[in-house]
Design a protein around this ligand. Sequence first.
Ligand code: HEM
Length: 565
Amino acid sequence: MTSRPPAGPIPPEEATASSASPDAQLGAREPIWPQPQPFTANLLKRFSRGLGSWFGLLNEWDFRIGIGSTNVLGLEMVLVNRPDLVRQVLVEEPEAFPKHPYTQWILEPLIGQGLFAVNGAEWQRQRRLVDQALQVTQLRRVFPLMQGAVQTMLERLENQGSAASPRPAPGLGAGQADLTDQAGQAGQAGQAGQGKEADLCFDAQEAMSLVTADVILRTILSRPIDPCEARTIFAAFARYQRRASLVMVLRFLRLPKPWLQRLLGADAGLIRSWIAAAIIERSRSQPGLATGTNPVAGHQDLLAALERAQEPPNPPPSRGPAQAAEGPAEPPDDPQAGMAESSGGFSQDELVDQVCVLFLAGHETSASALAMACYLLARYPEAQARFAREIGQVRGGSPSPESAPSPHRPLDYEDLRSLPYGAALLQETLRLYPPLSFFIRESQAASQLGESRCPMGALLAISPWVIQRHEQHWSEPNHFRPERFLADQASDGDKQWARDAYLPFGLGPRKCPGAAFALQEALLVLAELVSRYELLSEPGQEPELVGNLTLRSRNGVPLRLRRRP
Ligand code: HEM
C-alpha cells in the first residue's frame, strides 16, 4: 500500500520480535495467505490487483514499517501499524479520526444510516440504544439459541451424509457468485465416495455462513433461518462485497457517488427488503410490537429490545473510550427503569437499518472466522487432535445436573469455559485471518502521528491483517501457533503483542459490541463439529482468500468430514 519509504519506523525497543521457539509439534508449514507484492511492484499493478481484493494493494514493506504513506490521485493514504499510533487514532482521539466517508457510502445502500457507518452525535445516540438492546444477548441467555442452531447444523450434516450421492467436491473452480449453486447442492455436504462410512465433502464457508445466520436470526427475530432464503441472501451479499471493492477503487478515480452506488443498489435492495419483511412477519406474531404500542410484552429477542430501547432525557455526552472498549454497558437493575421519562428510541425505518447492521455484522464476520478455523483444524491434525482430547475430557467430567451423562451429550454453558486450547485456537485464527481486515478513518484536520505529519482529509488504514502479521511484533508471524494465547505456554513477547498488536474486534469506543457473543458462538460450533467429525483437508484444494468488506474465499473452503467412532 505504501510507496514512500516509511516515515516512522518502529522504534528499536518495540521492534524486537518475541524469541519464543517455534512449535515443533505443528511443523514449519505456513497456512495459506495471499503473499504481498514485492516492494518493486508499481502502483498501477497493485491497484489493478486491488480491484478484486484489498490484499492486492499490499507490498512486503507494509509488514515491516510503523507508519507509511502513499498518494493516489491526490488522496493521501496512510497505513498505521505502530501500536501506540493505532491507539492514538482508535482509542485516544477517535473524534479527530472518524470513520472515513467511503465506509458510509459503500455501506449506505445496505445499512442506511445504521450504527456501523455513522459518526459524531448520531453515532453516540445509536450506540447507546444498541448497547441497551444488546443486554438481551447476555451470554448465558443466548446460549440455548446457539445450541439450537448448532444441533440443526449437525442434523443437516447427518441427513446429507446418509442421503447424498457422490458428486465433485464443492468450490472447485467456483467464483463467489457460485455460492448459490454450492449452497443449493444439499446445503454443504455430499459424500466423497461410495459406502456407508465415506467421508463427506464439506464447504466450511457455506456451512458456517448458514449456522451463524441461523444463530443471529434466532437472536434477533426468534426464528431459525430457512436454508433457501439464506442461499439467496448469501449470494446477494457475496455480489455486494465484490462490487463494493470495485466501487471503492473506482471512487479513487472520482467517479460520481450516485452512479457508483447504483451498482450496489440491486443486491442491497434484495437484502433490505428481506429483512424488512422478516421484521413485519415477526411483529405480526406479536401485535403491537412493530408500532411500539406493546413495548414490554411478549418476545424477549433483540428486535423487541431494539424497539424498547429509549434514550434517557439527559443522556451522557458520550461513552468514554475506556467504557466503550468494555463492550455494552452493564444492564440496569430494572430494565424498564427510566422508560416513562425517556426521550426517544429508534423509528421504524431506523429499526430496519439496525437489524441489517446486526444481521450482517453478526453473522458474516463469525462465518468468516469459523470457516478459517475449520481450514486450520484440517490443516493441522495435531492441533485438532489436541482440541478433540480437550473436549473429550470436558465431556467425560461431571456433567451439569440437567445433562445426560453421555459422551455425546450437547456441550453446556459451563463446558465451554473449560476449553482453553479451543479458545486459543480461535484467537490464533482471528490473528491470522481477521474477518474485518481493514478499518478506514479520516483525518479531520492536519495532525501529527508520531514523527509523521498527516494532512487534513487523509485516509488512514488500520489493518488487523497487517498488524497481526507484522514481522516486528510477532515471532513467526505467518505460522499457526495457538500456544501464543495459552497463559501457561505463551512467551513474554507473545503476551505483550497479544495486548498491543491484536485487534480483531477493533479498539476504542467503536470496538465490536458483539465480541463475547461471537467467541461463545464460534467455540460452541467448532467444539460440537469436532466432537462428531474429523475435519480433513481436500487434497489440492486451498481457499483463495480475498479481502473485501470481510475476509472470504473465492472458491469456498472445501474440506472433508469423517465421522468419529
Ligand atoms: C468474529 C466475529 C466478529 C468480528 C471479527 C467483528 C469485528 C468487528 C470490528 C473490527 C468492528 C469495528 C470496526 C471499526 O472500528 O471500524 C466491529 C463493529 C461492530 N460489530 Fe462486530 N465483529 C464480530 C461479530 C459481531 C457480532 C456477533 C455482532 C452482533 C451481535 C457484531 C456487531 C457489531 C456492531 C453493531 C459494530 C459497530 C459498532 C460501532 O460502530 O459502534 N459483531 N466488529
